[in-house]
Design a protein around this ligand. Structure first.
Ligand code: GLU
Length: 309
């Protein structure tokens, strides 16, 4: 089977070793399966997205030896599709506008924590502390018309009630590995945001719509997004989208054992390049064999032996 894979960076900073690993693993999976490697610029957060970072991403991918098979797509060009999907969810009563500020949410969580530990989502963030029923649909509509800022939230209990238990296929060990069924648990996320104040989508909604629009067959990304896949499977089901196979790969950690992040100043690929590092040096740093080496082919043979025919 030829895989359609994608690398989906946000253009809000330079790529680091963690991105290099993800891009190279996606590119290789597409290459060995005779498929395509797509790039998607996740610039739905317009406040933080910068064109110079987008240009830097493409330069880095070329340099690493994993250029996209086609010109990249940008989320900012797809807002009409996101709006149409939201309209559909809203017509089915599955999303609602919520008006609380971050500070109001934080205060409510503290109050609830004082009574009894308030539940956290799988990322450790307190789940949304209010309930849809606290404000009538008419009152929400009135506030929205009056121009009050709002996000759209998924009514998680109702959405899950609509589709029942869901599963996804997770390739084991490597992207070509044998997939096993994983039970999705979207309820643990609470009423997640599906449209931000400033855009007709959140990461979750945009990414499932884009994966479907790009015909992605295999979503290969870091383990930090494993649990979020529960939300993605739910949105796919609600919107009648196909479910790709997933593979959540290991994360590249810094010397303190923490995940590399732009926000904590991880060294950029451009900095490595500027100090004379080669693409094979980068591969060594992230524990990938040199490109086209015997070690790379051996690794793939072993991987393929564990995969379905
Ligand atoms: N833009 C997301 C990130 O950089 C991509 C997540 C995904 O691959 O689904 O983390």
């Amino acid at each position: 089977m030829s895989f359609v894979c994608r690398f989906a960076p946000s253009p809000n900073g330079p790529l680091h070793l963690g991105h290099a690993f993800s891009a190279l693993v996606n590119h290789r999976a597409a290459e060995v399966s005779g498929g395509r490697f797509l790039v998607r610029i996740e610039d739905v957060d317009t406040e933080r997205a910068r064109p110079e970072f987008e240009a830097g991403i493409l330069t880095d991918l070329d340099w690493l030896g994993c250029p996209p098979s086609e010109p990249p797509i940008r989320q900012s060009d797809r807002l009409a599709d996101y709006a149409a999907a939201l309209a559909r969810l809203e017509a089915e009563g599955l999303v609602y506008p919520a008006f609380e500020t971050r500070a109001e949410i934080a205060r409510a969580v503290i109050q609830r924590d004082l009574a009894k530990a308030w539940p956290r989502d799988p990322d450790g963030t307190p789940i949304y502390p209010f309930r849809r029923q606290e404000i009538s649909d008419e009152e929400r509509a009135r506030r929205r018309e009056s121009g009050a800022p709002y996000v759209l939230r998924l009514d998680m209990a109702r959405a899950v009630g609509r589709v029942g238990t869901l599963y996804w296929q997770e390739a084991q060990g490597n992207p070509l590995g044998r997939p096993v069924s994983v039970t999705a648990d979207p309820l643990g996320w609470g009423d997640v945001v599906v449209a931000r104040k400033d855009a007709p989508a959140s990461y979750h909604l945009a990414s499932v719509l884009d994966d479907a629009a790009q015909g992605v067959t295999h979503v290969i990304r870091g383990r930090d997004l494993f649990q979020a896949t529960s939300i993605h499977r739910l949105l796919q089901e609600l919107l009648g989208l196909p479910a790709p196979v997933y593979h959540h790969h290991r994360l590249i950690l810094d010397i303190d054992g923490k995940k590399l992040a732009k926000s904590s100043g991880a060294r950029s690929l451009a900095t490595f390049r500027g100090t004379g590092a080669t693409p094979d040096d980068i591969r060594r740093l992230i524990n990938l064999p040199p490109r086209n080496s015997r070690a790379e082919q051996d690794q793939e043979r072993q991987d393929a032996e564990g995969s379905p025919a």
